[in-house]
Ligand binder design. Structure first.
Ligand code: URA
Ligand code: CA
Length: 433
């Protein structure tokens, strides 16, 4: 086979066979296909798209390009959840112990990632002693015994995606539905998921800014999952403003614990219950969504969800007392209130810019080597649709420096107060087909 022939084919709008896609991905991973040919192919796909068969083949070719995690020693259906990313997105921290409490096994492999705040692991590491450096045997044993464990990313998962994503990043080909969908799905499948629940975000803080784009991506991923034998569903949720109140590592961990106790923010709670119900049904622990919802509610009301979180923390070296004593979490030196400059209704809190403000405080990393400050961030007191009086606090800024004038102006520039306004819709669409 010659790569140039495949490029010609795709450029002219023809489809690639399973064999051709497998060959291309295998050879590209080995370094036998140069980046200039692969980038030409990515651009051809960008303009000519891929049909459903091609998308499924591309996904599985990337899955097979490296290690695949074998979770077959864990009893039950392993349901993984993936979010396309947002600001202050604390859902994983709540969902994992919550669905584990009703018997769905959660075997989570998590990375450290770049971004406005740290990843799930960073947030968990704000608990003294907690670590994800556990052996694969312990990981599997813990999930079998207690239904929940988190392990750091290890091994060589989807190297083809790693290479191709980096190439797309510098060749104007990130924004292609077949390429994004296969990229995300390949990583979930290689990590051992039997079933997948996707939270596709839309709005200015999301990767997909418009509802139409988010829906197209969600449909593409659901189709791929179902075509390769992994039951998959997606919801489209709002990320035009930050989710919940907290943005920052320890702050979000506290928010997650509040939510597990039934005292969390309304939007975060609703999203968690929606995603969680789907996970419980896919995991075979309930017949339908209503039953799943009741099981989750019971786990919160009885304290079982919070107990699961305690067990999980102590299984992995963390101090479970933080659950009842959040003051044991890293604390910022300064807490500064940010007063509203006028009265009215909050009509905009630009999610992405709030993320950047937390990053300026030190909550996130720009490069992999950066240290992050687990204690800093923002806690909103007002969300879009809330009334506010002049002088009333919009949020508390948690900082380790007094010099936060630039952070304050960043925030003021990105919050709008008007005469009237409404709470945005949180969950736009549920896609199962
Ligand atoms: N996230 C991914 O993992 N892959 C993409 O291609 C885009 C976003
Ligand atoms: Ca939050």
């Amino acid at each position: 086979m010659r790569m140039v022939d495949l490029i010609d084919k795709k450029r002219d709008g023809e489809s690639l066979s399973a064999e051709e896609i497998k060959w291309m991905i295998t050879e590209y991973t080995k370094g036998n296909i140069p980046d200039y040919q692969m980038s030409s192919m990515a651009m051809a796909i960008y303009f000519q798209d891929m049909n459903n068969d091609e998308r499924a083949e591309l996904t599985m070719a990337m899955v097979h390009s490296g290690d695949e995690i074998d979770l077959s020693a864990i009893d039950g259906t392993k349901v993984d959840k993936h979010s396309t990313g947002g600001v202050g997105d604390t859902t994983t921290l709540v969902l994992a112990p919550l669905v584990a409490a009703v018997g769905v096994p959660v075997a989570k492999m998590s990375g450290r990632g770049l971004g406005h705040t740290g990843g799930t692991i960073d947030k968990l590491e704000s608990v003294d002693g907690f670590h994800v450096e556990i052996s694969e045997d312990d990981f599997i044993r813990l999930v079998n015994e207690d239904k929940l464990a988190v392990i750091g990313q290890s091994g060589n998962l989807t190297p083809a995606d790693k290479k191709l994503y980096a190439l797309r990043d510098v060749t104007g080909t990130v924004n292609s539905i077949p390429l994004i969908a296969s990229s995300i799905m390949s990583k979930k499948i290689a990590a051992g998921a039997d079933a997948i629940v996707l939270d596709v975000k839309t709005g200015n803080g999301a990767f997909m800014k418009t509802l139409a784009d988010a829906e197209a991506l969600a449909h593409a991923m659901v189709k791929i999952g179902n075509n390769v034998g992994r039951q998959t569903m997606a919801i489209i949720s709002d990320m035009s403003q930050p989710l919940g109140y907290a943005i920052g590592n320890a702050l979000e961990l506290k928010e997650a614990m509040d939510t597990l106790r039934g005292e969390g923010p309304e939007d975060l709670t609703e999203l968690v219950m929606t995603l969680g119900s789907q996970m419980v049904v896919l995991g075979g622990k309930a017949e339908n969504l209503d039953e799943a919802h009741s099981l989750l509610q019971e786990a919160i009301d009885s304290g079982a969800a919070l107990d699961k979180f305690r067990t999980f923390l102590s299984n992995q070296g963390g101090n479970p007392e933080v659950v009842d004593h959040p003051e044991l979490l890293p604390q910022a030196q300064y807490q500064v209130e940010l007063p509203a400059k006028e009265s009215g209704v909050v009509t905009e809190i630009v999610a992405n810019e709030m993320g950047i403000a937390s990053m300026m405080l030190g909550a996130g990393r720009q490069t992999k080597e950066d240290d992050i400050d687990l204690s800093v961030g923002l806690v909103l007191h007002k969300k879009v649709g809330d009334k506010v009086e002049e002088g009333e606090s919009l949020m508390t800024i948690y900082s380790n420096t007094e010099d936060i004038e630039d952070v304050k102006s960043k925030i003021y520039d990105n919050i709008t107060i008007s005469a009237t306004g409404e709470t945005p819709t949180l969950i736009h669409t549920v896609i199962t087909e």
